[in-house]
Design a protein. Structure first.
Length: 182
């Protein structure tokens, strides 16, 4: 059994700071990034053994990827904040951010509503695959449901979602392009 995840992560705090600094962060930004990483991992990792190589060794690559993703999302956030200094560009950027978030919420909300109306088996496989992020092979080995059955069910679900939300998907992509357009 692994001890508390936060304790295990804190043992390598200096390493995480060095990783964050390697992205080009100054000392304060690196500390903020590492703190965000702690919060994210503790919040979303329900079983600490999932990010362990073995009982004693933490998966540093997993932490690196988490730090990098947080850094990249912060870079985009800092870009929007920098645009706010120019009042005209800031207003456009802020509007684009709201449009982007609204289109994303519409898309995800609609998909969740649709999935909730499905037959329990289809819904459960969808949630296991997409929310818990288990591969089809992993689902098959745990549940002993045939891989072809899982594949077919998920393929049918994806087709339903794709057909039902084509318009929302295009709106989302347009809002995303507008958000990051200079």
């Amino acid at each position: 059994m692994v001890e508390r995840l936060i304790d295990r992560l804190a043992e390598k705090h200096i390493d995480w700071i060095h990783m964050a600094r390697s992205f080009g962060c100054n000392e304060d930004e690196a500390n903020e990034l590492v703190q965000s990483m702690y919060v994210r991992l503790v919040k979303y990792i329900d079983d600490p053994e999932r990010i362990m190589y073995n009982e004693k060794e933490l998966n540093s690559f997993y932490v690196y990827v988490t730090l990098r993703n947080l850094f990249l999302s912060k870079v985009h956030k800092w870009k929007v904040d920098a645009d706010l200094n120019n009042s005209n560009a800031g207003t456009n950027s802020l509007m684009n951010t709201y449009e982007y978030e609204d289109s994303f919420e519409n898309l995800i909300g609609g998909i969740e509503e649709m999935v909730n109306s499905w037959y329990w088996y289809d819904k459960k496989l969808w949630e296991i695959h997409f929310k818990k992020q288990l591969s089809m092979r992993a689902i098959s080995s745990v549940t002993r449901i045939s891989l072809s059955s899982i594949f077919g069910t998920l393929k049918n679900g994806k087709t339903k979602v794709r057909n039902a939300f084509e318009k929302e998907w295009k709106e989302y992509l347009e809002a995303k392009q507008d958000k990051y357009r200079k």
